[in-house]
Design a protein around this ligand. Structure first.
Ligand code: GRF
Length: 205
């Protein structure tokens, strides 16, 4: 199965997907392209080091977000990607793109959704003083981090945590959860019934 990974930043999740999926011949999962909206994204260097094609699609080169999305869609088709994996991709898609790839776009988010959606999830978690947070992998719908939830892992928040220490522990869990979920997807083990996602997997998280 070909997948496209979209990343705007450092790409630690991408790195894990390269090592545990793309380079593991037992999985039959191939990252056919890495797309970024930022030409400085370190994720692009990680992709190049692994010999994976990269594409930069920068918002400023398009008249509007529909055209930006269409260019991303063109690359998705060109590289025959069945699944679109958002790994720290900091742009929201417009409804036509989301409809075109219904249940074929997944995202990883650093909180237990529906708590703390949006770009400042870890800071928001600390500001609210919650004692348990975690990681969510979900389908992307037309809202901000509102799509059907596929899998979650919880982690404790310590009194001594700051944004950096908490995000670091969250990322350790992200790096375990994302490859697992993508493998389930490739094996046809994920079924969506409206808002409810059933993962037909005997593997525990
Ligand atoms: C992750 O923490 C993810 O939850 C969020 O963006 C971050 C990306 O990190 N959506 P990285 O670029 O994969 O290191």
């Amino acid at each position: 199965m070909n997948i496209a990974v979209l990343a705007s930043g450092s790409g630690t999740n991408l790195q894990v997907l390269i090592e545990q999926l793309h380079e593991d011949k037992a999985t039959d999962i191939n990252i056919s392209v890495v797309i970024s909206d930022r030409k400085q994204a370190y994720a692009l260097i990680r992709a190049k080091q692994a010999g994976i094609p990269t594409q930069i699609v920068s918002v400023k080169n398009y008249n509007n977000r529909i055209e930006f999305d269409a260019e991303i869609a063109r690359h998705i088709e060109c590289y025959s990607a069945e699944l679109i994996v958002l790994a720290g991709f900091m742009k929201l898609f417009q409804p036509p793109f989301v409809r075109k790839y219904h249940n074929r776009i997944i995202n990883i988010h650093p909180s237990l959704l529906p708590a703390f959606p949006g770009a400042t999830a870890v800071a928001d978690t600390l500001a609210k003083g919650v004692k348990v947070t975690g990681v969510t992998v979900h389908y992307v719908d037309e809202g901000v981090d509102t799509g059907p939830i596929i899998a979650q892992t919880s982690i404790p928040v310590y009194d001594t945590d700051d944004e950096e220490s908490l995000h670091k522990r969250i990322q350790i869990e992200e790096h375990k959860l994302y490859p697992k979920v993508i493998k389930w997807y490739a094996q046809g083990k994920i079924k969506v019934e409206e808002r409810k996602v059933i993962t037909d997997s005997s593997e525990t998280l």
